[in-house]
Write a protein that binds this ligand. Structure first.
Ligand code: NAG
Length: 434
C-alpha cells in the first residue's frame, strides 16, 4: 500500500512537471506569436504611411494637371483670337490696297469690355454716318479682356478693325479703397492710345465708349476740330460733349465754346498731346482748354454701366443729341482761337444784364435777352446751379463746363445765363462793370 502511494506521488510529480513544461512551451509559443503580430502591425502601418504619401503625391499631380489644362485652354483661346485677327487684317489689307490712299483725319476707337449689345448699338450708330468718310475716319474697337460675345460682335463688321487688350497682370492700387476697375480702365486707355498713335501712326484719335450714339454731323464736326487742333496748340482736345447739354439748357447747334473743364465722353486728341500725357497718364492741362459744343454730338445711353442709375436719369437721359446736319466745312471757326475767343466771350458776358439777390430764376424769366449772375464761392455757385437745375459739381476747383470761372447755359430756349465767378471779369479783361 505504501509502495503504491509512493509510486502515485512520483506519478503526480511527473504529471506536474509535464504540465509545467507544457505551460512553458505554450507561453514561449505565445510570446513568439505576439512578436510576430507586432512586426506585422508595424509593417502594415509603414505600408499605410507609404500609401498616404502616394495619394498625396497623386492629388498634387492632379492639381498640377488642372492648372496646366487651364493654361492650355487659355493659350488655345489666345491662339484662336490671334488667328481671327490675322484673317481680319488680311481681309482689310487686301481691301486697303485696292482703295486709293487718303491721309486719315483721325482714328475712331470704341473702348469696349463686356457689353456686346451696347457695342452693337454704338457701332450701328457710327456706321449710319460713316460710309462717305470711311477712309478719313478708320474705326477700331478696342476690347479690354476676352469676352467672346464682344469679340465676335466686333469681328462681324468688315468696316472696323478689332484690337484686344489682354492684361493678366494683377492690379496694385496705390491707396487703400481705390477701385481696381479705375486702374484697369486707365491701363486699357493707355494701351489703346499707344497702339493707335505709335504702332498705327495716326496723328489724331477720337475716343468713344461702347455706350454712345453719334450725331449726323459728328465726323464733319471733328474734321473741323482737327483744323483747330493743328492751328491752336492751347487746345488740349476737341470734345463732342456738354455736361449741361440737357434739352432745356441748349439751343444753338452751331455754337461752340472753350472750356477749362475736361468734358470727356467723346473727344479727339492729337499725337503731340498724347506724347506729353502718356508717360504720366494723368490730366494736367495748365492754361490749355477744350472745345465743346453747345449741343452734344454724342449721346450716352449706358444706363447699366459704371455710372449710377440716378445719375443717368437726371443728367444723361435728358441730353439733347444734335439732329441738325451742320456744314462745318463752311463755318468760320477762327473765333475759337485763344486770342479771339477771350474777346468774343467777354463781349457776350459784358452785354448780358446783371442780376443780383434771391429769386434769380424768376428775375431771369422777366428779362429779355442774356443775363449774368455773379457767384461768390463754390457753395454760392452750387446754390444758384440748383435753382436753375444745372450741374452743381466742381472738380479741381472749377465748375463743370466753366471757362475762366464762367458757366453758360440757355434758359427758356434762347436766353443765355452766365454764372460769373469772383475773378472771372478780371480774367476776361472786362473793366468798369459790376
Ligand atoms: C473768319 O472770322 C474772322 C473773325 O473772327 C475774320 O477775321 C476772318 O477774316 C474770317 N475768315 C474768313 C475766311 O471768312
Amino acid at each position: 500500500m505504501a509502495r503504491w502511494s509512493c509510486d502515485f506521488r512520483y506519478l503526480l510529480i511527473l504529471v506536474v512537471i509535464g504540465f509545467i513544461y507544457t505551460q512553458m512551451k505554450l507561453f514561449a509559443t505565445q510570446s513568439e506569436y505576439a512578436e510576430a503580430l507586432e512586426t506585422a502591425v508595424e509593417a502594415e502601418n509603414h505600408c499605410r504611411n507609404q500609401m498616404r504619401l502616394l495619394i498625396d503625391q497623386i492629388s498634387m499631380n492632379q492639381e498640377n494637371i488642372v492648372v496646366l489644362e487651364e493654361k492650355v485652354k487659355r493659350q488655345e483661346q489666345e491662339c484662336e483670337h490671334l488667328r481671327a485677327l490675322v484673317q481680319d487684317l488680311e481681309k482689310k489689307g487686301v481691301r486697303s490696297l485696292t482703295r486709293e490712299e487718303q491721309a486719315p483725319v483721325a482714328a475712331v476707337v470704341i473702348m469696349a469690355c463686356n457689353r456686346a449689345d451696347y457695342l452693337e448699338r454704338t457701332i450701328k450708330s457710327i456706321l449710319k454716318y460713316h460710309s462717305l468718310v470711311a477712309s478719313k475716319f478708320p474705326i477700331f474697337v478696342s476690347q479690354d479682356g476676352s469676352n467672346s460675345d464682344v469679340r465676335a460682335k466686333a469681328l462681324s463688321y468688315d468696316q472696323l478693325t478689332y484690337m484686344q487688350h489682354l492684361d493678366y497682370e494683377p492690379v496694385r492700387t496705390e491707396r487703400p479703397g481705390e477701385l481696381i476697375a479705375y486702374y484697369k480702365i486707365a491701363r486699357h486707355y493707355k494701351w489703346a492710345m499707344d497702339q493707335l498713335f505709335y504702332k498705327h501712326k495716326f496723328n489724331r484719335v477720337i475716343i468713344l465708349e461702347d455706350d454712345m450714339e453719334i450725331a449726323p454731323d459728328f465726323f464733319d464736326y471733328f474734321e473741323a476740330g482737327a483744323g483747330l487742333l493743328d492751328k491752336d496748340k492751347s487746345i488740349m482736345a476737341i470734345s463732342s460733349w456738354n455736361d449741361n447739354g440737357q434739352k432745356q439748357f441748349v439751343h444753338d447747334p452751331y455754337m461752340l465754346y472753350r472750356s477749362d473743364f475736361f468734358p470727356g465722353l467723346g473727344w479727339m486728341l492729337a499725337k503731340p498731346t498724347w506724347d506729353e500725357l502718356s508717360p504720366k497718364l494723368q490730366e494736367n492741362h495748365k492754361g490749355r482748354q477744350f472745345i465743346r459744343p453747345e449741343v452734344c454730338r454724342t449721346y450716352n445711353f449706358g444706363e447699366h454701366g459704371s455710372s449710377l442709375g440716378q445719375f443717368f436719369q437726371q443728367y444723361l437721359k435728358p441730353i439733347k443729341l444734335n439732329d441738325v446736319k451742320v456744314d462745318w466745312k463752311s463755318m468760320n471757326l477762327s473765333y475759337l482761337m485763344e486770342d479771339k475767343f477771350v474777346k468774343h466771350f467777354a463781349d457776350m458776358v459784358k452785354n448780358a444784364k446783371p442780376l443780383y439777390g434771391s429769386d434769380l430764376v424768376l428775375k431771369t424769366n422777366n428779362v429779355d435777352g442774356d443775363v449774368r449772375i455773379k457767384y461768390k464761392d463754390q457753395s454760392h455757385f452750387e446754390n444758384i446751379a440748383q435753382q436753375f437745375g444745372i450741374f452743381e459739381e466742381w472738380k479741381d476747383g472749377i465748375p463743370r463746363t466753366a471757362y475762366k470761372g464762367v458757366v453758360v447755359f440757355r434758359h427758356q430756349t434762347l436766353k443765355r445765363v452766365f454764372l460769373v465767378g469772383p475773378d472771372s471779369l478780371h480774367q476776361l479783361g472786362i473793366q468798369n462793370v459790376v
